[in-house]
Design a protein around this ligand. Structure first.
Ligand SMILES: C[S@@+](CC[C@H](N)C(=O)[O-])C[C@H]1O[C@@H](n2cnc3c(N)ncnc32)[C@H](O)[C@@H]1O
Length: 392
């Protein structure tokens, strides 16, 4: 295979270094701007190449030594070789670049930081000759004993899982909260020892506990069922929710893609009425329980597809909060949001590219006031944003 010596000119939006040879970009993982590296070309296409570093000839002063023994192979992290402060600068710039390039906007605030390590409250472990994560670009797994990203309670559970027979299990999901822990096994398992967790689920059957776990954040109480979405980083979640709360100033609120109702419940005290819409029926069941747990009377929930529910009803709303998956808003949802004509739209996004695409449509009728990036997934290239739009 071809070897080359190249100089890294830029980082791409996935945290990879970009070098150029004859004007063809070469994407190189674990490389930083200014570094001179010897690489092995692993993919050669007409318009681009990919390579892996075999030798660092000149290292960047920004490079830090990663404490993770799995970093070279594991597909979980992308930026562990960069200090946290530099990761934050990279993410802020990435949002600025993407938003400017795809929607021409420049109103980006400084990024809000979170916690670099031990922040994840949920992980999915793959099982195949061991328990761990997928290797980079592979279906092979890397055996993990201790992951730097997860809450240490999860690392303790991983070590207990290593002591049991999981030979007929495909996947294990571990979730912890400030109060409880849950393990979900997908596959066959004959559990003989107590894992010392609050809830165990095997496929869709409850084996131990309530079948859900409880969480308490800033005096709010929530329950979380196994398939319900819940933000994976509590500090990042509070930062984002506080930003959304800043924008809510009375009136009727639609909380679209509401999951277990957390954002709606968080902002309900500043709203007249809140209605949450969410596809996952299990999450809506949780949301209805969460409403009661927090003694909130001005919130309701509907289960279904956002686009369909908005087109079949004649909702009025002063503020619409949207928190869609990475794919962003579909055309039907955007059309209906524009028809409802809320005074404000608060867009919580986990992908700046789809955010920019959607802002391009919304900005015909709405002024984009500000976009704040939030770090939620330290050591990865991912970045969240909260954007405020006001009806012109
Ligand atoms: C990023 S999560 C946000 C959840 C919630 N706002 C929170 O902060 O926990 C996106 C949610 O959108 C839901 N979802 C995905 N597609 C949907 C659709 N077409 N209609 C309604 N909800 C959808 C998912 O089930 C998930 O709960």
């Amino acid at each position: 295979m071809k070897k080359l010596v190249v100089r890294i000119e830029k980082l791409d939006h996935f945290g990879r270094g970009i070098a150029k040879v004859n004007n063809i970009p070469i994407f190189v993982e674990n490389s930083l701007i200014g570094e001179e590296v010897e690489i092995l070309i692993t993919k050669e296409k007409k318009n681009y190449m990919e390579g892996v570093v075999i030798d660092y000839i000149k290292k960047s002063p920004l490079r830090v030594k990663s404490n993770c023994p799995y970093y070279d192979k594991c597909g979980g992290c992308d930026l562990l070789h960069l200090s946290y402060i530099e990761q934050l600068k990279y993410k802020e710039n990435k949002v600025k670049e993407i938003i400017k390039k795809f929607s021409g906007l420049e109103c980006i605030n400084n990024i809000v930081s979170s916690k670099q390590f031990n922040y994840r409250n949920k992980i999915t472990l793959q099982v195949k000759n061991g328990i761990g994560y997928f290797q980079k670009k592979s279906n092979d797994i890397i055996n993990i004993d201790n992951c730097l990203l997860v809450d240490n309670k999860i690392n303790e559970i991983i070590n207990k899982l290593k002591k049991i027979d999981v030979s007929d299990v495909k996947k294990i999901v571990v979730r912890v909260t400030n109060l409880e822990s849950m393990v979900v096994f997908y596959g066959k398992i004959n559990l003989k020892i107590d894992l010392d967790v609050d809830t165990i689920i095997i496929n869709d059957k409850v084996f131990k506990g309530n079948g859900y776990i409880r969480e308490e954040i800033n005096d709010f109480k929530f329950i979380i069922s196994p398939t319900s979405f819940f933000q994976v980083n509590n500090i990042g979640m509070i930062n984002i929710y506080n930003k959304v709360l800043e924008y809510v100033d009375g009136g009727n609120v639609l909380d679209l893609y509401c999951g277990t109702g957390t954002i709606g419940i968080y902002v309900s005290k500043k709203a007249n009425k809140v209605l949450g819409i969410e596809l996952n029926k299990e999450a809506i069941k949780d949301a209805l329980i969460n409403k009661k747990l927090n003694n909130i009377n001005n919130i309701d929930f509907i289960s279904g597809d956002v686009g369909t529910i908005l087109s079949e009803n004649n909702f009025k709303a002063d503020i619409i909060i949207v928190d869609p998956p990475r794919a962003g808003l579909d055309n039907k949802s955007i059309d209906n949001i524009i028809k409802i004509k809320p005074k404000k739209i608060v867009y919580v996004s986990c992908d700046p590219v789809t955010l920019a695409r959607d802002l391009n449509i919304l900005k015909e009728k709405y002024d984009v006031i500000e976009i704040t990036p939030f770090d939620m997934f330290g050591n990865t290239y991912h970045v969240e944003c909260v954007c405020l739009l006001k009806l012109r």
